[in-house]
Structure formats: structure tokens, C-alpha cells
Design a protein around this ligand. Structure first.
Ligand SMILES: Cc1cc2nc3c(=O)[nH]c(=O)nc-3n(C[C@H](O)[C@H](O)[C@H](O)COP(=O)(O)OP(=O)(O)OC[C@H]3O[C@@H](n4cnc5c(N)ncnc54)[C@H](O)[C@@H]3O)c2cc1C
Length: 409
């Protein structure tokens, strides 16, 4: 039986590990936190996931919350200023709903499921020496440690990395008591140009159904004031104040908010990066990175967990197809390129939303307001951003894309 060791028990590592068990691999996952520590810890993400990514979980028998977790049925995008006047306002249902299950629920349940299906779970803070030991005893080591320091084993890819610093200060607030939308539950995106974004959607957390408030604040701008949020109560207060001030069209839904729990808040910054897939250990052995270790995006478009699920499936198929051949560097590189063939579009989509929108993108958003088919194409891109290529990223292609709707109308 071939032996695979995975570092990190998150979305990518657990999904890959559980998938490999079903293909008769001997799998060890090493996590620096136990299931109980994760369950009792701070929120880590807002983890909205869409149909393709959740579908991969379903295929592995891992979508355990389909009946409990409220759906994210559509996308609503608005842009305006503090005066409440909207310059962009469109909405569309998605072809299939998404969902967000708090990782404090999901990862501990998957860790137990991994062990129940025959996997070996070790709790250890893995460093380079530990990776060496695992590499000596494994056919393949996959490093899926997310934003953990150990990911620096993988060299930055300067050509594929667009930014060298965080583009947003990110704040999460998990709440009960948000007034439901009048139409359908949505990935509810509000943009205040030059100031920041407010994204919210329903989710399932440890105390039941909730809503997650994601505030994406331009560094140094008027929303970037999280150093004053010294207590959970002050964090909630500031989140509500920012929504009232910069996204007033959403204020009414926030009249009765309370925190889900004192660890239902998070503030941080991420530098979006792409890294090279092969890590070289001092012994000369090669290990492979996956998901956030290699392709780390700002959460503004909610793609990281989706990416991790898709990366896990690409790696699962590639590992299974290897039969008894060596997991050598050329195979690692080729496997990552298969994933990058998809992930590059996620990165382009996400990076496009971190920068001021070029005129052709404003034209597309304007067209979404008047044409449900165009709106549906953009809404469904949160499930599969590859569907945006090439028209989302190029003015001439955008004109051709929009004209095609006029002609067929
Ligand atoms: C504020 C915020 C909001 C987000 N919202 C969304 C969203 O709405 N939708 C979406 O799709 N994505 C979202 N994401 C991104 C998403 O959470 C991640 O992309 C996803 O969890 C990545 O999965 P992963 O398996 O690569 O890493 P993780 O899920 O981060 O798992 C890595 C695991 O490795 C462990 N680890 C780290 N170092 C070590 C070590 N040295 N030894 C052993 N174990 C180690 C960690 O403890 C962790 O359990 C968001 C992220 C943030 C920060």
C-alpha cells in the first residue's frame, strides 16, 4: 500500500486524505491542532462554498450539513457611497445554491471521519525536521498547511504573484439576528469605491444558523480602524457602525445583531501569493504543496475553500492515476499545472476585485442590471471563475461578449 503523508487538517488536506483512503492508500495527516482545539477556537474563515466544490465533498460523502446549513441562493452586487445612492445594482440566482459551514464544525467532524475510515491522525507542530522524517517514511508528502509559516518552504513565484503586500484589512463578524433579505438568500456584495467592501451571507455555526459579515477595508482608509476593536462587543459595534456609514442600504438588516460567540470575530491581512509547487528539503527530497500554500487569494471573492476542494480533487485523481510510479518532481510540477489551469482564473478574478474596476468591468456590471442572462453568467462565476474568461479581463472581449447578448435578444 502506498503511503501518503499530508501536513495540515484543513479543507484541502482532509478532503484529499479522505479521498485517498477510498482509493486504498495508507494516509497520515499531521495537524498542529486537535479536533477539540479547532472546535473551541476562533473562527478562521467565512468559507462560502459553491456547487462544484460542495459537489466534490458530496462525492466523498463529506457534505454532512446539507440539511442543516441554509443555502446561498444567488448573488446581489451593489456599489455606492455613504449617501446611499447606488451606481451598480444587480442580482441573480445561481444555478445551484452554495453553503458555508463554520470550519470549527466541519474540520473536527472530518478529522473524526478520517480516523473512522482508517486514516492516521497525528497532532504535532510540523517543522522542516519533521517533514524530513515523514518524507523518509512516505511515498509522497503533501504540505497543506494553509497560511502556516511552514508554507514558506515553497518559493514565491514572482511571475504569478501580482501583489507584494495585503490589499485589504479583513474583518469577520459571525452574528445572529440579521434580518433576512426579502427575495432570496444571497452572496450579498456591497462596494464603496476607494473605501472597501461589505460581503455577507448565511452560514451554519456552532450555535446554529447565522450570518457572516465580511468587511474588506482598504489599508489606511476610513474603514481600517480595527485596532480599536479590543473586545468582541467593540468589534461588533464597529462592524455595525461601518455598515451604517459606508453601506447604508444594508443598515436596516443589522438592527438586531448579536455575536454568535466571543470567538466569532477575526481581523487579519493576507498578501495574495502564488508559490512554486515543489519544496526542497535539506536532504534533497522533494515535497509538494497544495491549496492555500501555493495559491493564496484575498477572501474578497470567497474562493479559497472552493480552490482547496478543487485542488484536492485534481491531486486525488493524479495520485491515484500514478499507480506504482514515483511521485517525482516532474509529476508534482505537472499536477500543479493541471490545478493552475483552473486556479489562475480564480486568482485573476479575485485580483480584479481588489483593484479599481476598469471601464469594461463597470460596463459588464451595468449590463448585469439590465440583462438577467449576463447577470447569471457573472453570478455563476463564483462557482466557476473560469467561466469569466476571457471577457471579464479584456475590454475588446467584453464588448464582443455583451454584443452577443444584444444580437440574440
Ligand atoms: C477572513 C477569511 C474569509 C474567508 N472566506 C472564504 C469564503 O467565503 N469562501 C472561501 O472559499 N474561502 C474563504 N476563505 C479562504 C479559506 O478559508 C481558505 O482558502 C481555505 O481554508 C484553505 O484551505 P487549506 O486546506 O489550504 O488551508 P486551511 O484550511 O487553512 O488548513 C491548514 C491547516 O494546517 C494546519 N497547519 C498549519 N501549519 C501547520 C504545521 N506547521 N503543522 C501542522 N499543521 C499545520 C492549520 O492549523 C490548519 O488546520 C477565507 C479566508 C479568510 C482568512
Amino acid at each position: 500500500m502506498r503511503k501518503i503523508t499530508i501536513i495540515g487538517a484543513g479543507q484541502g488536506g482532509l478532503q484529499l486524505g479522505i479521498g485517498l483512503l477510498a482509493r486504498d492508500f495508507d494516509v497520515t495527516i499531521v495537524s498542529n491542532r486537535s479536533a477539540d482545539q479547532i472546535a473551541c477556537g476562533r473562527v478562521m474563515s467565512s468559507q462560502s462554498m459553491y456547487d462544484m466544490a460542495v459537489g466534490y465533498e458530496r462525492a466523498l460523502g463529506l457534505a454532512m450539513w446539507d440539511s442543516e446549513c441554509g443555502p446561498i441562493s444567488g448573488v446581489h452586487m451593489r456599489a455606492g457611497g455613504g449617501d446611499g445612492d447606488l451606481m451598480i445594482d444587480w442580482r441573480s440566482p445561481m444555478r445551484a445554491p452554495g453553503q458555508s459551514v463554520d470550519q470549527r464544525i466541519k474540520m473536527p467532524a472530518w478529522m473524526r471521519e478520517f480516523e473512522r475510515r482508517g486514516g492516521r491522525l497525528l497532532i504535532d507542530e510540523v517543522d522542516v525536521d519533521a517533514i524530513e522524517r515523514h518524507a523518509a517514511q512516505s511515498d509522497l508528502v503533501v504540505v497543506s498547511s494553509g497560511k502556516g509559516e511552514i508554507g514558506r518552504l515553497f518559493e514565491l513565484d514572482d511571475e504569478r504573484s501580482v501583489f507584494d503586500r495585503p490589499q485589504r484589512t479583513i474583518s469577520l463578524t459571525y452574528v445572529h439576528g440579521m434580518k433576512p433579505r426579502a427575495d432570496y438568500s444571497a452572496l450579498n456584495i456591497s462596494i464603496n469605491p476607494g473605501i472597501g467592501e461589505y460581503v455577507n451571507f448565511p452560514a451554519l455555526t456552532i450555535s446554529g444558523p447565522c450570518d457572516i459579515i465580511n468587511l474588506e477595508c482598504i489599508p489606511g482608509g476610513p474603514m481600517d480602524r480595527w485596532d480599536v476593536a479590543s473586545t468582541p462587543a467593540k468589534h461588533l459595534e464597529l462592524a455595525i457602525e461601518l455598515i451604517h456609514t459606508y453601506f447604508p442600504w444594508e443598515a436596516e438588516r443589522c438592527a438586531g445583531l448579536r455575536l454568535t460567540d466571543d470567538l466569532g470575530t477575526l481581523v487579519g491581512r493576507i498578501t495574495p501569493t502564488v508559490r512554486k509547487p515543489v519544496g526542497r528539503l535539506p536532504s534533497g527530497r522533494a515535497v509538494m504543496g497544495m491549496a492555500d500554500v501555493l495559491v493564496l487569494n484575498d477572501p474578497i471573492t470567497g474562493q479559497g475553500s472552493n480552490n482547496a476542494s478543487k485542488c484536492a480533487m485534481v491531486y486525488l485523481e493524479a495520485i491515484a492515476a500514478r499507480d506504482m510510479a514515483a511521485f517525482d518532481e516532474a509529476w508534482m510540477q505537472a499536477t500543479f499545472e493541471t490545478y493552475w489551469d483552473y486556479a489562475q482564473w480564480v486568482t485573476r478574478f479575485t485580483n480584479a476585485h481588489l483593484l479599481p474596476p476598469p471601464p469594461h468591468l463597470l460596463k459588464i456590471f451595468g449590463a448585469c442590471g439590465g440583462n438577467p442572462e449576463v447577470a447569471a453568467r457573472v453570478a455563476n462565476a463564483f462557482d466557476d471563475p473560469k467561466g469569466l474568461a476571457p471577457w471579464y479581463f479584456d475590454a475588446t472581449e467584453a464588448d464582443g461578449f455583451l454584443d452577443s447578448f444584444v444580437q440574440t435578444a
